[in-house]
Design a protein around this ligand. Sequence first.
Ligand code: THU
Length: 131
Amino acid sequence: MKDVLISEAKKALKNAYAPYSYFKVGAAVLMKSGKIYTGTNVENASYGATVCAERVAIFKAISEGESEILEIAVVTETEEPSPPCGICRQVIAEFSDDAFVFLANTKGDIIETSLSKLLPMAFTKKDLKNK
Ligand code: THU
């Protein structure tokens, strides 16, 4: 699904709303149901209200009744593929066991990694049960 997911994220990137940073990001998540959801970063004049592309895609999926992320692709227009921010890693961890993560740029470079590599020793719901 890697190529499809990256191409969906690349298509989504065109809708990125980034009038402040000019840093456009597109994301696509493959859920356990087999469905793909896309997202872009959505910035705000009150900068802290900005939401990353990964979280927009994930929240779209979860709010449509999905439960588990299998794979996620992130596309940027950068020289090298860009990694997801820490908050997005934490949000991916909430909804996946160990998702495949594909980082790509619009030139076609791809880095394949996984959530456990990006967020080792993640704090998750299992830790809350460990009282
Ligand atoms: N951004 C994302 O969409 N995903 C990330 O993982 C890193 C950062 C966005 C947020 C903001 O609109 C812009 O990139 C610059 O930080």
